[in-house]
Design a binder for this molecule. Structure first.
Ligand code: ADP
Length: 502
């Protein structure tokens, strides 16, 4: 047993992965497996919790084999997970009562509306830092209690455990019915609508609002400490400590080493998730940002973040590819955009399903404006890329106002950061350096950091951050007048997109 490695599970929306890192943060082995997306009704999205357990076991075994090591060679493992997705199970049999309800699932719209009508939205913003929404776990638990007979009966019989995916995986990995640990961390708990975000404890008032008994919920622990050990009969084959838990976006924040207040990361995937560390300050947004726990550890306590989500980013490039057939592969958007020298006066507001942060406007719909005879496909491709940067600029501006702290730089990750034109324009607009790291796997790396720091595999945050190097930094190169013009054009276009749906 060398204990020279750290393992991390990344249980995501579409797949489960296990990655083995060495002390220098190099990826030694990695295995990944997709799971089924189950759509039983319009707006419903489910995962089979047992399939997730099986797949996670498989990828753990595969990666260990690839690395030529055993579970005993891992000093610890960490877990990062798709957030908010909720599982209900029987602690006696270890089996789930129904499929997991996934974060994207909107079946709880009526529950959310009713809660908002009865209690007012402010209660939830004040206590939890969140709006009442189908997005968060509390509404999903309530739906299960209201609609799944087995769950209702289990609640009466004292045979109910609830959890997000981190909790489900760790309970099973640590022995399940044979004394598995029923735990979560504050980042995941901060997405349930059940946690007092200031105290990082389940809030009795919120539990009453949702009709949930604290006994069904996991214990809220920090993001970096030894919670339990793996069952040697499980896929690790050893009693490896489990010592890190972080929701996926928070894990990316840590994997990007945004440990100081004011540091921010943006993940450019299908949509964008921008998180900014606000340190010990619990900032309640005045601009539609969510307040969330960034991470917590037993030594430094709880650190908070503001989070802004943008619904349409990479999916706009997919739309140009699939609906307008502009190109065959997403990366070709850059070639097309480079056939022109600027956007030709075109602004593209991709409010395909309304506008998210900072506007939260359901009445908006997508538009392209500024069209003339001069405009060609290149300008439209360019306007689409610019739209992603403009939306990020709006969220960053709102966050800076909320936090009252200047931003020093933006760390970036996700599929779209391979697009040089976009990243340069982003840096120009923000008037800030924009950097991407060598290790693209920021999410899984964050979970590895949390686990490794807890067991002394790495001595401190400074040591781990010293291991993370940047692959590229884009520096701003746009004069103020050009930037102001661009931003004004965008803001006017956004105004035009609003109020379309009556
Ligand atoms: P997710 O994790 O949300 O699935 P990824 O981080 O894998 O997303 O990024 C994929 C998204 O990035 C897709 O929507 C795709 O259109 C977009 N994308 C990938 N490469 C590029 C590129 N070179 N330029 C612009 N967009 C890209």
């Amino acid at each position: 047993m060398s204990r020279d490695y750290i393992g991390a599970i990344d249980q995501g929306t579409t797949s489960s992965r296990f990655v083995v890192f060495d002390r220098a943060c190099r990826v030694v082995a990695s295995a990944q497996k997709e799971h089924k997306q189950i759509f039983p009704n319009p707006g419903w999205v489910e995962h089979d919790p047992e399939e997730i357990i099986i797949n996670t076991g498989q990828v753990i075994r595969q990666a260990l084999e690839q690395a030529g090591i055993s579970g005993g060679d891992l000093a610890a493992i960490g877990v990062t997970n798709q957030r908010e997705t909720t599982v209900a199970w029987d602690p006696k049999t270890g089996k789930a009562y129904c499929n997991a309800i996934v974060w994207q699932d909107t079946r709880t719209a009526a529950i959310s509306d009713a809660l908002k009508a009865k209690h007012g939205g402010e209660l939830f913003w004040d206590k939890c830092g969140l709006p009442v929404s189908t997005y968060f776990s509390g509404t999903k638990m309530k739906w299960m209690l209201d609609n799944v007979a087995d769950v209702r009966q289990a609640a009466k019989d004292g045979r109910l455990m609830f959890g997000t995916i981190d909790t489900w995986l760790i309970w099973r990995l640590s022995g399940g019915p044979k004394g598995g640990a029923h735990v979560t961390d504050a980042t995941n708990a901060s997405r349930t609508l059940l946690m007092d975000i200031a105290a990082t404890k389940w809030d009795q008032g919120m539990l009453d609002v949702f009709g949930i008994d604290a006994a069904w919920l996991p214990e809220i622990r920090s993001s970096s400490e030894v919670y339990c050990h793996c069952d040697p009969a499980g896929p690790l084959g050893a009693d490896t400590p489990i010592s890190g838990i972080l929701g996926d976006q928070q894990a990316a924040l840590c994997g990007q080493c945004c440990f100081e207040p004011g540091q921010a990361k943006n993940t450019y995937g299908t949509g964008c998730f921008l998180l900014m560390n606000t340190g010990k300050d619990l900032v309640h947004s005045k601009h539609g940002m969510l307040t969330t726990v960034a991470y917590s550890d037993p030594v430094h306590g709880v650190h908070y973040a503001l989070e802004g989500s943008i619904a349409v980013a990479g999916s706009l490039i997919q739309w140009l590819r699939d609906n307008l057939m502009f190109f065959n592969n997403a990366p070709e958007v850059e070639e097309l955009a480079r056939t022109v020298k600027d956007n030709g006066g075109v602004y593209f507001v991709p409010a395909f399903s309304g506008l998210f942060a900072p506007h939260w406007d359901n009445t908006a719909r997508g538009l392209m404006i500024g069209l003339t005879h001069y405009v060609n496909r290149g300008h439209i491709a360019r306007a689409a890329l610019e739209a992603v940067a403009f939306q990020t600029w709006e969220v960053m501006r709102a966050m800076a106002e909320d936090a009252g702290k200047p931003l020093a730089e933006l760390k970036v990750d996700g599929g779209m950061v391979e697009n040089d034109l976009l990243m340069q324009f982003q840096s120009d607009l923000l008037s800030l350096p924009v950097s991407k790291p060598v290790i693209k796997e920021t999410t899984v790396l964050g979970a590895a950091f949390a686990a490794g720091l807890a067991v002394g595999f790495w001595p401190d945050k400074e040591a781990v951050c010293g291991l993370v190097s940047l692959e590229k930094t884009w520096t701003p190169n746009m004069n103020e007048q050009t930037r102001n013009q661009a931003v004004n054009g965008w803001l006017r276009a956004v105004e035009k997109s609003r109020g379309w749906i009556r």
